[in-house]
Design a binder for this molecule. Structure first.
Ligand SMILES: Cc1ncc(COP(=O)(O)O)c(C=O)c1O
Length: 409
């Protein structure tokens, strides 16, 4: 090809790629959701300080009413000390993936204790609950399998479903009847996986596990239950939703987060030994991602011990939840029949949610808005969560703030 034509071709190719890049940059610049978020600034607040359930925002102390520190252990002296001691002993980082750089004693110890607590043979921890729960689906299901999924499961489980390449069939939220109908319409020979949550994070509903697991068993489904919000909250000493119903033999995999009741960050998958070893071989999120850090593991392990030695935190969590639900009920607020410390305030539209959220903020109560499509249409809500660390005085302030916000509707 003559040099002149070559130059023209190269130029055309370059301008084609430049145009592609410009398209992408324009997508970022013009994105409507991002523009709205920056305009109204309802998310990504920069807190200046935190102590227990009090956070400082723009120089004002506020009551944190949307954290997932259910048992309030994130400021427990024993948890802090465990994190500190682990940093001194092991340094700051796990320095890589376990398949290549090796596990550390603190990984194995935490996994053994979690497995034991959950009545499982084995457990695997990873740097985020999101990764643990995603890989609990993606590692086991394959193309050709059928995944039966509750319509309201968390984003990490949907991502796991997508990565697995399996066919997905959704059933109505927490509806055994619909699950039965959906299963009846699927290929009876396909390998089936059932995916659900123990406690639904947005709604605060407890899974109807007795009926659902019976159907799963009838149809030979491998059952994966994400108990990020049930662990620490339900069951004996906080063993979670499966223990709450006494159905340990009916669920194959329990996954969850260490960022909620365990007052750390990270996630876990607990199951039989062969299932966990299969995950360690086949989960890309496990094979190619750095392991949990020393302090992350130590804080989670200390919290796990406290769950078994200091029952007062779980008791306080439930007495606070009862008082808080009473407050909301007396104001006629719709809590979507939440049964747990994750309590939504359903207001039905973003036009009602925003002023309510603003009014709470004005009165020193920090919450988070959740608007469709993050929640089903007509269910736009304020997500709140109670902690064992909320004091009676804080609950009184919350009651006053709620009454004020109701008047703003
Ligand atoms: C149900 C559920 N699963 C998994 C996760 C992910 O956990 P993490 O925040 O620890 O990554 C969350 C987080 O909110 C959750 O609500």
């Amino acid at each position: 090809m003559p040099v002149g034509r070559l130059t023209v071709c190269a130029h055309m190719a370059l301008s084609f790629f430049t145009k592609n890049k410009k398209t992408l940059l324009a997508r970022c610049r013009d994105d409507y959701a991002t523009k709205m978020r920056l305009k109204y600034a309802p998310y990504y607040h920069a807190m200046e300080a935190q102590k227990g359930t009090t956070v400082r925002l723009d120089g004002r102390d506020m009551i944190m009413l949307s954290s997932n520190d259910y048992l309030g252990l994130s400021f427990h002296p024993k948890v802090i000390e465990a994190g500190r001691a682990s940093l001194l002993k092991w340094g700051t980082s796990s320095t890589g993936a376990r398949i290549s750089n090796g596990s550390r004693a603190y990984h194995l110890e935490l996994e053994e204790k979690l497995a034991d607590f959950l009545g499982r043979e084995a457990c695997h921890v990873s740097v985020a609950g999101y990764i643990s729960c995603l890989s609990s689906v993606a590692s086991f299901a394959q193309k050709g399998d059928v995944i039966l999924a509750d319509k309201n499961i968390h984003s990490c489980l949907w991502d796991g479903i997508r990565l697995s390449m399996a066919t997905v069939e959704r059933f109505s939220h927490n509806s055994p009847d619909d699950l039965r109908a959906v299963i009846a319409a699927t290929n009876s020979n396909a390998t089936k996986l059932l995916v659900l949550e123990g406690v639904y994070s947005m709604e605060g509903h407890i899974a109807r596990l007795p009926e659902i697991s019976e159907i799963a068993e009838e149809h030979g489904c491998f059952t994966v239950l994400d108990d990020a919000h049930g662990f620490g909250v339900l069951g004996r000493q906080g063993r979670g939703t499966v223990d709450h119903f006494g159905l340990n033999d009916k669920v194959d995999v329990i996954c969850g987060s260490m960022s909620k009741s365990l007052a750390s960050t990270g996630g876990f998958v607990a199951a039989s030994r062969e299932v966990i070893e299969y995950l360690r071989t086949n989960s890309k999120q496990t094979v190619f991602s750095a392991a949990v850090s020393p302090s992350q593991a130590a804080c989670a392990q200390a919290s796990l011990e406290l769950m078994q030695t200091e029952p007062q935190h779980l008791e306080k969590l439930w007495s606070n939840t009862k008082k808080y639900r009473g407050i909301l009920k007396s104001l006629g607020l719709d809590t979507w029949e939440s049964e747990t410390p994750a309590v939504p305030i359903v207001l039905g539209s973003k036009e009602r949610v925003y002023p309510f959220w603003k009014a709470l903020l004005e009165k020193g109560v920090f919450t988070v808005m959740s608007i469709a499509p993050a929640v089903p249409a007509g269910k736009d809500l304020i997500r709140t969560a109670i902690s064992a660390m909320h004091t009676d005085e804080q609950l009184e302030k919350i009651a006053d703030a709620m009454a004020y916000a109701v008047k703003k509707l």
